[in-house]
Design a protein around this ligand. Structure first.
Ligand code: A3P
Length: 302
């Protein structure tokens, strides 16, 4: 990835959000909110004709589940095992950027990293039709909400919420960028067993990153040596990615790589909020495979 251009793109987006209030930051497209700073109706329309390649490496996650971490790992796998530098200077999120980006993306060599925060139901049709491999990353909803809130309120140019209570209520109603966490979870749960889908959790990566890197490599058909896998793990530790974050992501770096722990939600959630989320989670996912994968009772109980 050409870091300079990529960083410029992120900084452009942050610059655009200066002076906006929350209402101006979000716009609605086909029933879901997205940030005006990086998304537009024109790009969504152009995305309908996006031509996915069979060997694209599609990375999907709801915001704040750790996709920037995953992008770094997959990029490192490409660089380490194929010994090619990924020269793709686009924002890797397909729904972000100008509508012409898809024309430019046609020139990029395979394998391309195609990242997205879109709900399964809004993915470009060619990804589904071509059965392109999709690596889906989920995180427990309490830490996801906490991380999302901090991102809004720590980034000086991104509009802040008045309070955690206000953000929590918008998060629960799905009135946040990229829509409802729970809608994403319900949609993905239906596709969890498809052969071109691998669903991992942030918590499992935290628990055993080496095992995670091996699973990712096997899924996408990379064959790193044991030594290479270990170096990828070392470079992907929170300390390492945070240290490099100014270089890789510019001013947004330390905001995107904030704390990197499991259970930080305990510093924000009230007892009532805890109960509300427990009820909503059960309503949406009780008895499902995704519920079991997320180990809600381990990570989300006070
Ligand atoms: P926190 O805000 O809880 O620290 P995304 O990339 O989808 O925006 O997700 C951002 C979250 O992933 C942040 O969570 C960030 O710190 C965490 N993250 C990024 N890299 C990480 C790493 N190497 N180890 C652990 N967490 C990481």
């Amino acid at each position: 990835m050409t870091e300079k251009t990529f960083v410029e793109e992120i900084e452009k987006a942050l610059e655009k959000s200066k002076g906006l209030n929350l209402k101006e930051l979000l716009f609605c497209y086909q029933g879901t909110f997205y940030p005006t700073t990086v998304c537009s109706a024109e790009t969504f329309q152009a995305l309908e004709n996006f031509e996915a390649r069979k060997d694209d490496l599609v990375l999907v996650s709801y915001p704040k589940c750790g996709i920037n971490w995953l992008i770094q790992i997959v990029n490192d796998l490409i660089v380490t095992t194929l010994q090619t530098k990924n020269e793709n200077a686009e924002l890797p999120f397909i729904e972000c950027g100008d509508p012409e980006k898809f024309q430019r993306m046609k020139q990029f060599p395979s394998p391309r990293i195609v990242a997205t925060h879109l709900n399964y139901n809004h993915l470009p049709k060619s990804i589904i039709k071509n059965k392109v491999k999709m690596l889906v990353l989920f995180r427990n909803p309490k830490d996801t909400a906490a991380s999302f809130f901090h991102f809004h309120n720590n980034a000086p140019s991104v509009p802040s919420y008045n309070s955690w209570e206000e953000f929590f209520s918008e998060f629960m109603n799905g009135n946040v960028a990229w829509g409802s966490y729970f809608d994403h979870a319900v949609a993905w749960n239906k596709h969890i067993d498809e052969e071109n889908v691998l669903l991992l959790t942030y918590e499992d990566l935290k628990e055993d990153l080496l095992a995670g890197v091996k699973q990712i490599a096997e899924f996408f058909g990379f064959a790193p040596t044991a030594e290479q896998s270990q170096s990828i793990v070392d470079r992907a530790s929170f300390q390492m990615v945070r240290e490099r974050s100014k270089e890789t992501h510019g001013a947004a770096g330390p905001l995107l790589f904030r704390k990197g722990v499991v259970g930080d939600w305990k510093n924000l959630f009230s007892e009532t909020q805890n109960q509300k989320m427990d009820v909503k989670f059960k309503e949406c996912l009780a008895g499902t495979k995704l519920e079991a994968k997320l180990k809600y009772d381990v990570y989300c109980k006070a």
